[in-house]
Design a protein around this ligand. Structure first.
Ligand code: IPM
Ligand code: MG
Length: 357
């Protein structure tokens, strides 16, 4: 019997609804598989913890998390605490502390879902966006001077390092090489940003030389946004900077039918540290506590987590169950349905239990 240690951090808003749902589904999968178990520890970190303790996570939180095989994360963000405290205190702290430099965002139009793009049907879109997750525009480099005076100035410097760009390009080429089309689009803005983005392009070309089996191309980020809408079928694997991919991945989620289904994995591909798996949607406090949150993004990210920890058959079984339930029309309100979180969760668990494969 294989045992995997999972740290669960529901944190804020609908994270407290979708993570418990995800854990039940994972438990059902472990039972159905019979050859692995998940040893789950839940952590109470997040904005409520901050209100009580004055910190977003325990002081030795990173040290504690190091002992786990993966982190299953909900969402962070609170109406009454500023985002730079909540985000930097928990999610970005874990991403940066564990050098989770590759953020993987798959997009597909699942069966039963409708893309807002007229000509797009389930199966037409199958993208993987690889987001640089450790530097670029999110490096936290910069500062403020002349505070409160008319001369006040703020800088926010994007940082691109040879090591950082090389490793994300390698990750992207590796992923592209394993996919059927072996096609990688390198998103850039080197027409306007002549230092960092030209460097980015140069390193892409260097790394590309090591992957002759992958067809690659460059696309400017603005043109890429238009292409995602106008020629979505021409896209397969995409690599982009932290900010560019942040924006493009919301567009991708919308094109797939809802951000409520979009998953993400914050990976340390070198496996020195645990990787972290989360839905993209965020804490959504407008619907928190109502039991209507879409758990599909969390189920999908749970499948990514299973794959990462070496349980690929269970990951496939989970995605098959999710697709079956979506195709059957058990959909939450963000997808035009009336099902609640609980109904979708129960339907997915029933599909897992009933599956022959
Ligand atoms: C995401 C989110 C975050 C990001 C926010 C919450 C800082 O939008 O995961 O895409 O931009 O990284
Ligand atoms: Mg985002």
């Amino acid at each position: 019997m294989r045992t995997h240690r999972i740290a669960a951090i529901p944190a804020d808003g609908i994270g407290k609804e979708v993570i418990p749902a995800g854990l039940r589904v994972l438990q059902a999968l472990a039972e159905r598989s019979g050859d692995f178990r998940l040893d789950v520890t839940e952590f109470p970190w997040g904005s409520d913890y901050y209100r009580q303790i004055g910190r977003m996570m325990a002081e030795d939180g990173l040290e504690t998390l190091k002992g786990f095989d993966a982190i299953f994360f909900g969402a962070v963000g609170d109406q009454h605490i500023s985002d730079d405290i909540t985000l930097w205190g928990l999610r970005l702290r874990i991403c940066q502390g564990f050098d989770q430099y590759a953020n993987i965002r798959p997009t597909r139009v699942l069966p039963g879902l409708t893309s807002p793009l007229r000509a797009v049907n389930p199966g037409d879109i199958d993208w993987v966006i690889v987001r640089e997750n450790s530097e670029g525009e999110y490096a936290g480099h910069g500062g403020r001077a002349h505070r409160g005076h008319p001369e006040e100035v703020a800088t926010e410097t994007a940082i691109f390092t040879r090591a950082g760009v090389t490793r994300i390009m390698r990750t992207a080429f590796e992923i592209a090489a394993k996919r059927p089309r072996k096609l990688l689009t390198v998103v850039t803005k080197s027409n306007a940003q002549k230092h960092g983005m030209v460097f980015w392009d140069e390193i892409a070309a260097e790394v590309a030389a090591q992957y002759p089996q992958v067809t690659w191309e460059k696309e400017l980020v603005d043109a890429m946004a238009a292409r995602m809408v106008r020629r979505p079928g021409s896209i397969d694997t995409v690599v982009a900077t932290n900010l560019h991919a942040d924006i493009l991945s919301d567009l991708a989620g919308a094109v797939a039918g809802s951000l409520g289904v979009a998953p993400t994995a914050n990976l340390d591909p070198s496996r020195r540290f645990p990787s972290m798996f989360e839905p993209i949607h965020g804490s959504a406090f407008d619907i928190a506590g109502l039991g209507v949150a879409n758990p599909v993004a969390t189920f999908w990210t749970a499948a990514m987590m299973l794959e990462h920890i070496g349980e690929a058959p269970a990951a496939e079984r989970l995605m098959a169950a999710v697709e079956r339930v979506c195709a059957d029309g058990v959909l939450t309100a963000d997808l035009g349905g009336t099902a609640k979180t609980e109904e979708v969760t129960q339907a997915v668990i029933a599909a897992i239990r009933g599956a022959n494969a």
